[in-house]
Design a protein around this ligand. Structure first.
Ligand code: GLC
Length: 433
């Protein structure tokens, strides 16, 4: 009996060895017959359409492929506005689609997507020590219940673009306050035919919220008061009334009520406006060789209300991995590559995506080519986030409708703000339960 038992491990060993040999033979036999491409994994990368020239991103992807033989990246751009992209992801991720592996996410979505279980946690490839090298705002935005679900790719904050040449021609200072901006618009418009004053994003969409919040925060307002949500506050009423006033007084043309980033970028970029609020990406496009405003524009922080400090809305995009991806390891390599120091530097110099890695603001090449990097660093550090909650997009739908009705002159600020309190209060109670 003992002898029989003794021989079992030996037998097993033989089985294992033979099995292994069989597998090797089988594997080799198979791989010899397969076309080479079958060893290659293709990952699909979804991101918003790049304004201006997309070639620099395509070149970066080629470099990644060269450095990572065996991985191909299919670049699949989505429409430019955040709202349209959000819709795409919700439909596809809800349906557990594995058609894409890497996705670029707006700073306001990560909480929602993480809670829904649509993203792979990335703690392993984005450890706490490394997070400290990034701006704090975006890192907070990708953190949900102690884990990270994205790596910040580029950062955004609202800034003021101005026509340096026109301010110089009329001997006017770069406006530090709204009063100065309004008076500069009046003076220049008196003399210059057919030029618009101050343009911004006023269509009923997410960008409008970013704009409105800047006036509210800049006026000492916002939604959180005494630890609770309160929209109906005096500084908020004044902020909305001020924005509507810009249109009524002709400082801002009526068409902003239908404008998004790219609409205003085109108008300002063709030399038809004096001031514009937008994100930093536009600067690179304005300074391209063929740009009518090349060398004639400046950027600075948004103006302030008298006696107050200006605040910009924090924006930006993060790379994450679809929970249903069949190639998570390859996807991880790719997002590590795109968020690296070198890739962020390339994208900052070419497309104008501003780095989320703080060290890049000390980079000599970047500072030489884009001297306003130093000022931008401080703007990004102080930029304020929109509410960090998995329910943000529900809140956003309400804010969009109400803000838009004030900007279009249909509702008073008071009516809109009290409607917001009622409806958002309902959502926040959902969150508590
Ligand atoms: C920019 C910002 C993003 C914001 C969007 C609004 O893309 O990066 O955070 O939500 O604009 O239009």
């Amino acid at each position: 009996m003992e002898g029989v038992f003794m021989s079992v491990p030996l037998l097993l060993r033989h089985v294992v060895i033979l099995g292994g040999l069989f597998c090797i033979v089988l594997f080799q036999g198979c791989s010899q017959n397969l076309p080479v491409e079958d060893d290659t994994v293709t990952i699909v990368f979804k991101h918003g359409k790049i304004a201006g020239n997309a070639t620099p991103l395509e070149l970066l992807i080629k470099r990644f492929e060269a450095e990572n033989p065996g991985i191909r990246v299919k670049d699949e751009p989505l429409p430019a506005t955040t709202d349209e992209q959000h819709q795409f992801y919700v439909i596809n991720l809800e349906g557990r689609s594995s058609d894409f592996d890497v996705l670029s996410m707006d700073v306001i979505w990560v909480q929602e997507f993480a809670r829904a279980g649509w993203l792979r946690p990335l703690d392993g490839i984005f450890p706490p020590e490394e997070r400290e090298e990034f701006f704090e705002g975006p890192v907070r935005a990708v953190t949900y219940r102690g884990s990270v679900y994205g790596i910040p790719w580029y950062i955004d904050a609202g800034i003021l673009y101005y026509r340096k040449d026109l301010l110089e021609k009329y001997n006017l200072p770069v406006p530090r306050t709204w009063t100065e901006l309004i008076s500069a618009v009046r003076k220049i418009k008196e003399k210059e035919d057919g030029v618009y004053g101050f343009i911004w994003q006023g269509r009923q969409y997410e960008g409008l919220i970013c704009n409105v919040m800047e006036y509210m925060w800049g006026n000492g307002g916002g939604f959180i008061d005494n630890g609770g949500f309160h929209a109906m506050r005096q500084p908020n009423i004044e902020a909305l009334a001020f924005m509507r006033g810009l249109i009524v007084q002709g400082i801002t043309p009526e068409f902003v009520t239908t404008s998004v980033e790219e609409t205003t970028r085109h108008i300002f970029g063709s030399g038809r406006a004096i001031f514009m609020r937008n994100w930093p990406y536009a600067w690179n496009i304005f300074n391209r060789k063929d740009s009518p405003v090349k060398g004639r524009i400046g950027v600075t922080m948004l103006p302030a209300f008298e006696g107050r400090e200006p605040f910009s809305t924090l924006g930006g995009w993060q790379l994450g991995i679809n929970r249903y991806s069949r190639h998570p390891r390859e996807a991880e390599r790719f997002i590590r590559f795109l968020t690296s120091y070198e890739s962020q530097k390339t994208l900052a110099l070419t497309i104008g995506y501003k780095p989320t890695r703080k060290a890049l603001y000390m980079d000599r090449d970047l500072r030489t080519q884009q001297p306003f990097m130093v000022e931008l660093y401080h703007i990004f550090e102080r930029a304020k986030p929109r509410p960090l909650t998995p329910y943000y997009m529900m809140i956003s739908q309400i804010l969009q409708i109400e803000f838009s009705s004030v900007i279009a002159g249909i509702k008073t600020p008071e009516d809109a703000l009290s409607a917001i309190d009622t409806q958002v209060g309902y959502i926040l109670r959902l969150e508590e339960n």
